[in-house]
Design a protein around this ligand. Structure first.
Ligand code: ADP
Length: 449
């Protein structure tokens, strides 16, 4: 099984750049060597062609012609070797050799594979071979390529030196650049590790480097995430402590009445019904609170299945169920068959909570209106009451968990969780939820699908 090798960015950059540099240098060196070699061969080719042309023009048909050509030509006898073969039947001399040619040709140079004019003679090196015919006479010219080979060798040597120097220097340079780029990331990682082991109550923030931009953005995003997590952790703590606080009051009441019955129930049996009544009320309050806490915690993790359903039919059903349980009259204005795509059970819960609140915070002889309409083809649902209303200051807090207006604490039972549930379920159903004053009195809650 292959295990993934752990590598830091600097090593990855170093390896990739080195490979790239080696490939570039190798190919550019190869191109240089081929180009220089080709150019040198070209020069030899044109020189050879010139000499052969001058030989052909002269027509070496006797000793006089040969001497004449030798004295007039600028042939460099240390690098060029001429062999003239006179095949005419009337020729006095068959072969003419320029200095050194005879000994050179004692051992015939061997053709180099693939190159048409290139020959190699052991101990003498490479030769460019050119041959020409004219009037029954054959002219052979061997031009030594030793000088060109030397130039080529030097080019190859310089290329190798450059390659070695680049391979020695570039890793240092790349390392410095890579470190400069990855240093801010390393510092960020160290700070994040430190932040991870700090106790959660510390509001940890990571240092934000000015450059490079990507790390700056990463650090800022991390800090935003940390701030959100801190806030969430604080809210959760507050939620738990509020829940405990809200449960403590009914539990204390229940215990005190139970103790009262225990201590004085036998001697004063008339206190028992009253205390049982309190215990009943408080346990009911506790049950409501626990159920609402459960709804909220479920909603926190809920994945809603949306379906298309007739919301008017659902509202008719809710009104029918609730009307017998509340003193106010519900006046429903519901057009027939308005379909929405949402999570039906949570829509039912939202409407029930809003109607229950409208009932709880309104006089018994008032009216509650439930109006369904359409605004730009969006269904809009309004719950309108004529109750005590909500001040602008209260409006800012009513959707918070456990918020209850000071005036109604102790007088009207409640948990302060109803509207928090409404808000959370509305968000999950992508509904817009707003609250405003009704005229002359009361409140209007509006839900837009
Ligand atoms: P609860 O009703 O249990 O106190 P809610 O979350 O349902 O909790 O409501 C929060 C607060 O908002 C209530 O305590 C009350 O002060 C205010 N409120 C909610 N609905 C209405 C309403 N229809 N009329 C007046 N006040 C309301």
């Amino acid at each position: 099984m292959r295990t993934a090798q752990k590598q830091d960015s600097a090593s990855i950059m170093l390896r990739s750049f080195l490979l790239l540099i080696i490939i570039i240098i190798f190919f550019s060196s190869l191109t240089t060597v081929v180009a220089v070699g080709h150019q040198l061969l070209e020069v030899s080719r044109s020189n050879s062609a010139e000499i052969i042309t001058s030989l052909k023009k002269t027509v070496i048909d006797g000793d006089g012609d040969w001497k004449n050509w030798r004295s007039n030509s600028t042939l460099n006898t240390s690098t060029s070797y001429v062999h003239v073969v006179n095949n005419r039947p009337d020729a006095d001399t068959k072969n003419y050799y320029s200095p050194g040619t005879y000994s050179l040709l004692k051992i015939r140079p061997q053709k180099v594979f693939f190159f048409s004019h290139l020959y190699y003679r052991n101990g003498k090196g490479f030769f460019y071979y050119k041959m020409g015919h004219a009037k029954g006479i054959q002219y052979q010219l061997w031009t030594s390529l030793n000088q060109q080979a030397e130039i080529l060798e030097r080019v190859i040597l310089v290329t190798i030196v450059i390659l070695v120097l680049t391979l020695l220097i570039s890793p240092l340079y790349i390392r410095v650049i890579a470190d400069r780029l990855t240093d801010p990331l390393k510092k960020l990682t160290t700070s994040a590790k430190k932040a991870a082991v700090k106790p959660s109550q510390d509001r940890v923030q990571l240092p934000v480097p000015v450059q490079p931009n990507e790390v700056n953005e990463l650090a800022n995003s991390f800090n935003q995430l940390l701030t959100r997590l801190n806030k969430q952790a604080e809210q959760e703590k507050l939620f738990v402590s509020n829940a405990a606080h809200e449960l403590r009051t009914p539990i204390a009441t229940i215990r005190s009445h139970a103790q009262l019955i225990e201590r004085r129930g036998k001697a004063h049996p008339e206190i028992i019904p009253k205390s049982v009544h309190y215990i009943n009320d408080e346990s009911q309050q506790m049950q409501t609170l626990v159920e609402e806490l459960l709804t909220l915690s479920r909603a926190d993790r809920m994945q809603l299945d949306f379906t298309e359903f007739d919301v008017s039919a659902l509202l008719v059903k809710i009104v029918g169920q609730l009307q017998p349980l509340i003193p106010q009259t519900i006046q429903a204005t519901l057009p027939e068959k308005v379909t929405v795509t949402a999570h039906q059970a949570s829509i039912e819960q939202i409407v029930l909570n809003l109607l229950n609140n409208a009932s709880k915070y309104s006089p018994a002889d008032s009216q509650i209106q439930l109006i369904l309409s359409e605004d730009n083809s969006h269904p809009v649902l309004q719950v309108v009451d004529q109750g005590r209303g909500i001040t602008d200051q209260e409006k800012q807090h009513i959707f918070e968990r456990f918020y209850r207006s000071d005036e109604i604490r102790g007088s009207i039972p409640g948990t302060g969780l109803g509207l928090a549930i409404v808000k959370q379920l509305s968000d999950l159903n992508h509904l817009q939820l707003t609250v405003r004053d009704n005229q002359p009195a009361g409140t209007i809650f509006t839900l837009t699908f």
